[in-house]
Design a protein around this ligand. Structure first.
Ligand code: BMA
Length: 414
């Protein structure tokens, strides 16, 4: 019995602090923790009770690593870099550090239209190959979706009202269902064979309907009500689960620019679909990392950035979930000390914010194809690469080569 109970204890010391006193009181015969005792933290585990073994293992391992490490991720890492495109097994991160990132972000906008490529010209079949290859190497995948409006047919940035019409009973509900089905089909190709030769799905951190507290997407504030946004999120999760999808870890990711740090929890939780519908307490934060519209002095922005991470970690602890910087970075890396002076101190401030599982920087657009500079991590030849090396050398920061097996269940947990 004790053994079993201990199995349920989540690893972080914060949680032990909350759970252990109640447990010990219970074992010594004083069964009821008095009413003044803080509530026992909710049990740690995915919202999907039917999630696959590997998916649960990934979640447990992200949690287990989070006190002392943070996985470093990059969007579109394997598809192209600033100065190359389509090379085999290449990433700007590897060019600069010798290892691919620990986490890969992919974007499936336009998949729902039956297109061969996403909105940034990444071929979907190749994307599936890259996801399978990354999994085989031990890396982690996260997927976002700039979905076109099922009502107007225009892109994600068309802010004309859409959400109410795509909810169950709405005039365009079937279109949404078809779009979700396109993802289900795509997901069916994200497979591997386990030790017994059985086909299994690759675990994916799925991050739909992101930055909804901003007013730039059709699912965002201003274009839809909070209640409808929540209904959309819940329908998405319920539908995917009902269709037997069992390899998803669901990430919620509001945008920092629309959050008042003085009222962080209140603003962050706008549109929060509930603890039964979210696994990752994420945040997209470009704002504190030198966003051109942020006029606060750089030192203030640094403090705010660290504070914003601390805040999501706090919320995640209370909910017994993991936290992540789901998107962020400084476009074009204009600050030569960005990594050593902004990112590193923020993730190293882990004494009081252990529990940040991963951070992901946005994409390095290919200069030639897109005809512009739009990048968030250094590339080979970029003069700021040395500063980035200082950052990745921190024992806190994990690249793919440094990962333990993320898909095996850690001992003594769950
Ligand atoms: C944005 C930019 C765009 C891109 C979009 C979706 O932040 O990078 O160029 O099309 O994300 O990936």
């Amino acid at each position: 019995m004790i053994f079993k109970l201990l199995h349920f204890l989540p690893p972080s010391s914060y949680r032990r602090l909350v759970v252990l006193p109640c447990l010990l009181l219970g074992l010594s015969g004083l069964w009821a923790c008095s009413e003044s005792t803080p509530a026992v933290a909710p049990e740690f585990g995915l919202i999907d009770a039917d999630a696959s073994y590997a998916t649960r293992s990934l979640y447990q391992n992200l949690n287990r690593l989070s006190p002392d490490h943070v996985l470093f991720g990059h969007q579109d890492a394997l598809a192209y870099g600033v100065l190359w495109e389509g090379d085999v097994d290449r990433s700007d991160i590897r060019d600069v550090t010798g290892s691919h990132p620990a986490l890969y972000g992919w974007e499936i906008g336009d998949l729902e239209l039956g297109a061969a490529e996403n909105l940034d010209k990444v071929n979907f079949v190749r994307m599936q190959e890259w996801i399978r290859a990354a999994f085989e190497r031990g890396g982690v995948t996260t997927i976002s979706w700039h979905m076109n409006s099922p009502v107007t047919g225009a892109n994600a940035w068309d802010t004309r009202p859409t959400v109410a019409k795509i909810l169950p009973g709405g005039s365009h509900h079937e279109v949404l269902v078809n779009y979700l089905d396109a993802f289900i089909e795509f997901n069916k190709e994200l497979i591997y064979f386990n030790r017994n030769g059985k086909e299994r799905s690759i675990p994916i951190i799925f991050r739909p309907w992101h930055e909804h507290n901003g007013d730039w997407f059709w699912w965002g504030k201003g274009s839809t009500s909070e209640a409808d946004y929540i209904a959309l999120w819940r329908f998405t999760v319920d539908y995917l689960r009902a269709q037997g999808v069992n390899n998803l870890i669901y990430a919620f990711s509001p945008d920092r620019s629309r959050i008042d740090l003085k009222h962080f929890a209140r603003d962050y939780l706008y549109g929060y679909p509930g603890d039964d519908y979210v696994d990752v307490i994420g945040l997209d934060n470009y704002w504190d990392l030198g966003h051109p519209a942020n006029k606060a002095p750089v030192e203030q922005q640094r403090r705010d950035f660290a504070q914003s991470l601390k805040n999501i970690v706090e919320i995640a602890h209370k909910k017994n979930k993991i936290a992540a910087l789901t998107e962020g970075g400084l476009d074009k890396l204009g600050n030569p000390h960005f990594w050593s002076e902004t990112m590193l101190p923020a993730v190293e401030a882990k004494e009081d914010m252990r529990g940040l599982a991963y951070i992901m920087m946005w994409r390095n657009a290919n200069r030639e194809r897109e005809g512009r500079d739009h990048f968030y991590v250094p590339y080979k030849g970029f003069e700021g690469a040395a500063d980035f090396i200082k950052f990745v050398r921190s024992p806190l920061v994990l690249l793919e080569q440094e990962l333990p097996n993320m898909y095996l269940r850690p001992r003594n947990v769950d």
